[in-house]
Design a protein around this ligand. Structure first.
Ligand code: TYM
Length: 341
């Protein structure tokens, strides 16, 4: 842990957008690591960031369903509401209140450099929502309203966590304080960037128009097997050394998924599967994926039968989250000079 983070007790925060179904990328890159950190005995806070989701259009019914389904995905993957605080962002108003302060600290130029903004706004920036532009300031507020010191994320969120650090540094500097921690991104493990099954140069994403590009956590065994069978590959057998995957993004991605699902790394996976043709490797990968993912998807389906129980867990989590966030927001208001705070 860095020196700056050392004066704050360790606290983990992370979030996922309920903007569609959960993918294998979310599971391997984020949720599985959320579970590990929870079980390491650190204080862990995990959120469904519904306010981030609406920076692009969401059908209200779908948003409600996706928020509950994400909560079910968290719990089915091993997050325990008794150990971790689980809630949806809109229910803890301190996030948006701190985000406003950060909107006034962050600079337009910082936001303009964000690759997610450039990707999502595309050529038509004038027509993108103001919320999409300010997205990273709300994300900084999510993290800093708990004084979180560590944020487990996939590779694609690194730039946003770095911006969170910049916001904390500027706030501390402007107000001559050391009130906010300089948070560390935690980007570890084999699967920090799971790629599309159709194109090894693109990230696996819930927003890809092709459902064949991703494995959804709600896919059944047939769907998982068929997506892996049809995944794009090349004609060669798998190499026995990691270096042999260098120019083979699709092969590398499938071996990487195999490695992550069997709790090893690329070299470890190649000990099992090096030298095999895809005709032999793909069914092995499909069997492994089904064995690891089916128990989670059936538990998700079971939990979704009782949405009122999910809502109860989220309401309880929101109460516990507010108990931490409210005094931090109050102190921020005092530092900034708000009368009555
Ligand atoms: P989101 O919802 O896009 O993704 C949630 C988490 O899943 C990771 N991830 C992946 N990891 C590996 N391979 C992939 N193909 C892959 N796709 C997604 C993401 O890196 C992320 O960790 N801005 C965030 C949500 C957010 C947040 C926060 C995160 C809002 N506030 C505060 C951390 C802390 C996002 O859009 O993630």
């Amino acid at each position: 842990m860095s020196e700056a983070a050392a004066q704050f007790s360790p606290r983990v925060f992370s979030g996922i957008q309920p903007s569609g179904g959960l993918t294998l990328g979310n599971y391997l890159g984020a949720i599985r690591r959320f579970v590990d950190m929870q079980n390491d005995g650190i204080e862990t806070i995990y959120c469904m960031v519904d306010l981030h989701a609406i920076t692009v259009w969401q059908d209200p019914e779908a948003l409600r369903r996706n928020t509950r389904e994400l909560a079910a995905g968290y719990i089915a993957s091993g997050l325990d509401p008794a150990k971790s605080i689980l809630f949806n962002q809109s229910q803890v108003v301190e996030h948006t209140q701190l985000a406003w302060i950060f909107n006034c600290v962050a600079r337009m130029g910082w936001m303009q450099r964000m690759t997610q903004w450039k990707d999502k706004a595309g050529k038509n920036q004038q027509n993108a929502s103001l919320g999409l532009f300010a997205y990273p300031a709300l994300m900084a507020a999510d993290i800093l309203v708990y004084h979180a010191t560590h944020v487990p994320v996939g590779e694609d969120q690194k730039q946003h966590v770095e911006l969170t650090r910049d916001i904390a540094i500027k706030f501390n500097h402007d107000f001559k304080t050391d009130f906010f921690p300089i948070t560390e991104p935690v980007i570890e493990g084999t699967a920090t960037r799971v790629m599309s099954l159709r194109d090894g140069s693109k990230k696996m994403s819930k927003s890809d128009p092709s459902d064949m590009s991703r494995i959804n956590m709600t896919d059944d065994a047939d769907a998982i097997s068929s997506k892996i069978r049809k995944a794009r590959t090349d004609p060669d057998a798998l190499p026995s050394e990691v270096a042999g995957l260098a120019e083979r993004p699709e092969a590398r991605n499938l071996v990487n998924i195999y490695a992550a699902l069997s709790d090893t790394d690329l070299a470890g996976a190649l000990k099992d599967v090096g030298g095999k043709q895809f005709a032999e490797f793909k069914p092995m990968l499909a069997d492994l994926a089904v064995a690891k993912l089916s128990p989670i998807s059936s538990e998700m389906a079971r939990l979704m039968q009782a949405p009122e129980e999910i809502d109860r867990i989220l309401a309880d989590g929101a109460g516990r989250a507010r108990a931490i966030a409210a005094p931090i927001l109050k102190r921020t208001y005092e530092i900034v000079g708000m009368v009555g705070a």
